[in-house]
Design a binder for this molecule. Sequence first.
Ligand code: BES
Ligand code: ZN
Length: 473
Amino acid sequence: MQADNVLIRLQKLQDIASINGGNRAAAQPGYQASLDYVRSTLEQVGYAVTIQAFPFTSYEPIGPGTLSALAPVPANYVWDEDFTYLSQTEAGDVSAAVVPVDLALGAGNTSSSGCEVEDFAGFPSGSIALIQRGACSFQQKAENAAAAGAVGAIIFNQGNTEDRMGLMNATLGDTYAGGIPVLFGTYALGADWAQTAGLQARMVADVERSRTETHNLVAETRRGNPNNVVMVGAHLDSVGEGPGINDNGSGSAAVLEMAVLMSKAHPFNKVRFAWWGAEESGLVGSTFYASQLADEEKQRIKAYLNFDMIGSPNFGNFIYDGDGSDFGLQGPPGSAAIERLLGAYFNLRSKPAEGTEIDFRSDYAQFFEEGIAFGGLFTGAEDLKSEEQAQKFGGAANQPFDPCYHAACDDISNINTDSLELHADAMAFATSWLSLSTKIIDDEIAAAETAAQGRAAKQSVRNVERWGRYFIK
Ligand code: BES
Ligand code: ZN
């Protein structure tokens, strides 16, 4: 694929963001316009497009929040320095006593504050819960607090390591149902408050949250075996903070360009393209799609290829660690073959690549849960490029792969065209390979089934031996 052609599509997404308030976030006008653009582009080359609606909770900050200590010593804390919103917080304005919940301060701590219902034993109803990050989701902590009668919650960073001190952009998740406002604070704020006796505070979340719906877009090649489907997906929504051109206009535009090119191809297997909605709100669209598939439908999908951020300015070439060799967690059977296939592409082009962790931060998560083989590419986000990675990939060490990750500056200038071209070609290579044959995946699935049968047979021998003790005298 030509980076220039992908760039034309990316520029279109940039223009859409620019005339729609600077973003393409789920359920916002910029997302609807992005969806219309992908739809009309596909229809022009003959695809039948399916728009799939799914329920979703839209969330929008209206203004900055407020956090102040009322007693024993009044103090006002600074928005975006000391605290911020946890996305999907409920709106509210509450003043109450602040009560710490099972905190574990200090370097190297293994806090599981607020993860267990028992953490709230004796928690005085009507208070604000002071909770520490760690061990379970923000959603779980906040919902436990709400169930214990908290009127608000402050979750502060864990402080176990240097990179878990400050503020972060995190979400309670689209399904957060605690009904109370939740702010995120720095470790310094939390540690200070943990040691303040008789603390009373006021917290305000000025946000709007409402139950609505948004959409995925799915289209597939007319040709190809419908019982052997290769899926390729990218999330089309951005965060509210910016136009989302690298995250994930890059994946969306490359999949679109490939779909247009493939409208003339003759695949043996069906290739199904998906543009997901509300990924940034908690993988909502892809989770809805994959979890509502009937069993027969699920079995027809041989592979899911995910493309989320493929044009990072200071890029690295990352392939999801399908075989678990780098991070220990293996994908469903077939995922190792996909990792090898993508690895072979980088080898053929004499380009370096390395594994990246299956961390459930993108749309492959529900495919993994459903047991569907998956793989994909990623060129890096907020993490810093190491010295070693800079040697290997070029670019700047000790700088983020994408300095504009989830920020307003993730615009058309935030794209590395070498990365875009290299990874768009990798996408085309793996997709065309699998569109002709999924044997490498089928073989791995068959081997996993044989191994499972072997385990079941051994288990039944063990059962016979065990029961034998009782029944055979
Ligand atoms: N493109 C990112 C995924 C990503 C970022 C993967 C950094 C690995 C490292 C994606 O759009 C994203 O931001 N995902 C959310 C998680 C989701 C459950 C809301 C995230 O990582 O914060
Ligand atoms: Zn993304």
